[in-house]
Design a protein around this ligand. Structure first.
Ligand code: FES
Length: 199
């Protein structure tokens, strides 16, 4: 009687035919020294991919951190001063001084009896005219309005003279200008106290 069970020599298993397109089964991993499975070596391509992933994440979190800081410390818009000192009356000679046009948008004017400050705002649509010393006039670059050295309109679409700013003398002898208080010629305000400084 023959034993057809486990006592015979082991026969090598034959490969099982796979259907076309089927995924091959993963080969078993070799055991490591401690009896576990050895991790397959990480390829250089995979290492590079990991590096890029970390770089991307780092950049993302850095950008998020920047946004958070900006949120808590928003940029502030620095408004120009509206009341300021511009020096002493003796600092200004006869005529139109345009040194403060860019900084404060004013001109300081002096004639035989007074100092006054013109607001450099065209009364047509609000552009900033320029002082043209050769022509002795202010000329607006937007639509061509012209004003004489006292700020009185005489050409172009400007409907009235430019306004004058409030002026006073501070305890230290300097001229203080307040551009929020203005005096209009068409309202007969140029002779009011504060519209000029007698000299
Ligand atoms: Fe000055 Fe129009 S804004 S002429």
């Amino acid at each position: 009687m023959t034993d057809s069970g486990a006592s015979g020599p082991a026969t090598p298993s034959r490969p099982v035919p796979r259907a076309p397109g089927a995924i091959a089964p993963r080969p078993p991993r070799a055991p490591d020294q401690r009896g576990g499975e050895l991790e397959p070596p990480v390829s250089a391509e995979r290492l590079e991919r990991r590096k890029f992933t970390w770089l991307g994440l780092t950049a993302f979190f850095a950008a998020m951190g920047g946004c958070t800081v900006k949120f808590f410390f928003p940029r502030t818009l620095m408004e120009p001063k509206t009341r300021f000192k511009i020096g002493r009356p003796g600092d200004y000679g006869f005529g139109v001084d345009d040194r403060l046009q860019d900084k404060y948008r004013i001109w300081v004017c002096r004639d035989a009896t007074k100092i006054y400050v013109i607001s450099a705002v065209c009364t047509h649509l609000g552009c900033t005219p320029n002082w043209v010393p050769g022509l002795g006039k202010f000329k607006c670059p937007c639509h061509g309005s012209g004003y004489d050295s006292a700020g009185v309109n005489f050409e172009g679409p400007a409907p009235r003279p430019m306004d004058r700013c409030h002026v006073e003398i501070a305890p230290d002898g300097q001229i203080v200008v307040d551009v929020t208080k203005t005096y209009r010629a068409d309202k007969d305000q140029w002779g009011k106290e504060g519209a000029f400084l007698p000299v």
